[in-house]
Design a protein around this ligand. Structure first.
Ligand code: KIV
Ligand code: ZN
Length: 498
């Protein structure tokens, strides 16, 4: 029978340790709320002794989160645990995550100590945390490189001391899946009281094996996974939540289930990427821009006939509207026909052949083929639609210590309208002025600026995706002035709605 697998999200702790990804308290609350919507079981919010900011964030998150358990990290140090207990004061469900390094490298070099002393400190920190909370998770840092026999002794002792969850981190991402799975099995077979605690995985991705190791742990009996959204975290990152959750959903032979609302996965991924200013690589499993994009003719034809030919996950399951049939020089007639259907252009098979030949010539010299290009190929200029909104004038004020401001004049249906707005930068200000004029609720889903060469006089290409009433609209523009290009790309996308 399938058993519940607890999802412990550490985006706000291990993920937030990444240089440049630091969040303020308001942003952390926003993310914690998103994680609750995603339905994670435990949210690790920070390391409270490390800074007043971390402490405060845990206090504030504890006040707003209702269902998920709030977890705070500590070292095996009494003062850390006192501070964590204090930070968790308002949490409805609270957990202290405490522990110590157990590998030879940690014992000898980091602590300049010995195994017996570390064992004593491990027992003490669990007992000390237990004075404050019932739910105490113990981590054996660098368990991945800890010899199994000693690890088993430590785990048995901390469970006896009251640990409810025992975390077996592959801190350096050193293990192979076989080895990590065998470690979990060793603990199940050799720790007499192991049934009194939940075993947790916590795998880093230094060799690109974090997800594989996590799944090996689960297959061998772990019932909690420690993960981050988009796999962000120290160095090469942590195990990605979306990968483990979807692997479990998709592979019926792994005998566990999670309660994650998978339809919120892509939305949460975008939110983390935006808040942490950490782009997601296009080919990232599950959440990358190309995760459901098909570009070769054979694949496109297969997907158009039956999605399952080349997709193991229905994109709707993770909150993506539909697969993308990308038009490139390798696309076939089926893909082209699909796009003409989408644009409501009906072609006979001779017309399609002719359009396809023209398309191939264009695709050979142009990387991105847009709807307008397709319409030009068949002799249709985009109806009034794209001319209904035009950028007539744009002025921005920005610079050090200046409040970024933008004035935008648009021609909408022949009428000139003007708006001025501020923002956190010139593009933000200009976008907000455009939004004031178009009277549509739009959300920016993706914003990508690319330079063609490396010069400061280069042409900037801007790709934009916006969302309106659940539909995604794409816009593009290129200009040596990237602010103008950005506003034009936004208008290009907006004109497709209006
Ligand atoms: O990677 C690790 O070992 C950790 C522990 C502090 C849990 O993040
Ligand atoms: Zn870690």
């Amino acid at each position: 029978m399938s058993e519940k697998l607890f999802v412990f999200d550490t985006t706000l702790r291990d993920g937030e340790q990444v240089p440049g990804c630091q969040l303020n308290t308001i942003e952390k609350i926003e993310l914690a709320r998103a994680l609750e919507v995603l339905n994670v079981d435990i949210i690790e919010c920070g390391f409270p002794i490390s800074s007043p900011g971390d402490f405060n964030s845990i206090v504030e998150i504890s006040k707003v989160i209702q269902r998920a358990t709030i977890c705070a990290l500590t070292r095996a140090v009494d003062k850390d645990i006192d501070v964590a207990a204090d930070a968790l004061h308002y949490a409805r469900h609270k957990r202290i995550h405490t522990g110590i390094g157990t590998s030879e490298a940690h014992i000898l070099h980091k602590f300049k100590s010995n195994k017996e002393d570390i064992l004593e400190r491990a027992i003490h920190c669990v007992k000390y945390a237990k004075k404050y909370v019932e739910d105490v998770e113990f981590y054996a840092e660098d368990a991945g490189r800890t010899e199994n026999e000693y690890l088993a002794r430590v785990i048995e002792a901390v469970i006896k001391a009251g640990a409810t969850v025992v975390n077996i981190p592959d801190t350096t991402g050193y293990c192979t899946p076989y080895e990590y799975g065998a470690k979990i099995k060793y603990l199940i077979d050799n720790v007499p009281n192991i049934h009194k605690a939940i075993i947790s995985t916590h795998c880093h991705n230094d060799l690109g094996m974090a997800t594989a190791n996590t799944l090996a742990g689960v297959i061998n009996g772990a019932r909690q996974v420690e993960v981050t959204i988009n796999g962000i975290g120290e160095r090469a990152g942590n195990t990605a939540l979306e990968e483990v959750v979807m692997a479990i959903k998709c592979r019926k032979d792994i005998p566990v289930f999670t309660e994650i609302d998978t339809k919120s996965i892509v939305k949460t991924s975008r939110q983390v990427s935006t808040l942490m200013r950490m782009p997601v690589q296009p080919n990232k499993a599950i959440v990358g821009r190309n995760a459901f994009a098909h570009s070769s003719g054979i694949h496109q034809d297969g997907v158009l006939k039956n999605r399952e030919s080349y997709e193991i996950i229905d994109p709707a399951e993770v909150g993506v509207n539909e697969s993308v049939i990308a038009l490139t020089a390798r696309s076939g007639r089926a893909a082209l026909k699909h796009h003409y259907n989408r644009l409501n252009v009906e072609l006979t098979s001779e017309e399609l052949d002719e359009a396809y030949n023209k398309f191939l010539i264009l695709a050979d010299c142009k990387k991105d083929i847009h709807d307008d290009d397709l319409l030009v190929i068949v002799g249709v200029t985009r109806s009034v639609k794209s001319q209904r909104i035009r950028l007539k004038y744009l002025q921005v004020v920005c610079g050090k210590s200046a409040v970024p401001m933008a004035t935008v004049k648009l021609v909408i249906d022949g009428e000139i309208c003007t708006a001025t707005s501020s923002g956190n930068g010139p593009i933000d200000a200009a976008f907000s002025a455009v939004k004031m004029l178009i009277h549509r609720k739009i959300t920016l889903e993706e914003f990508l600026v690319q330079a063609i060469t490396k010069g400061t006089d280069d042409v900037g290409k801007v790709h934009i995706q916006i969302e309106n009433k659940g539909n995604i609209y794409y816009g593009f523009s290129a200009n040596t002035d990237i602010i103008t290009a950005s506003v034009e790309a936004l208008i290009d996308a907006v004109s497709k709605i209006i």
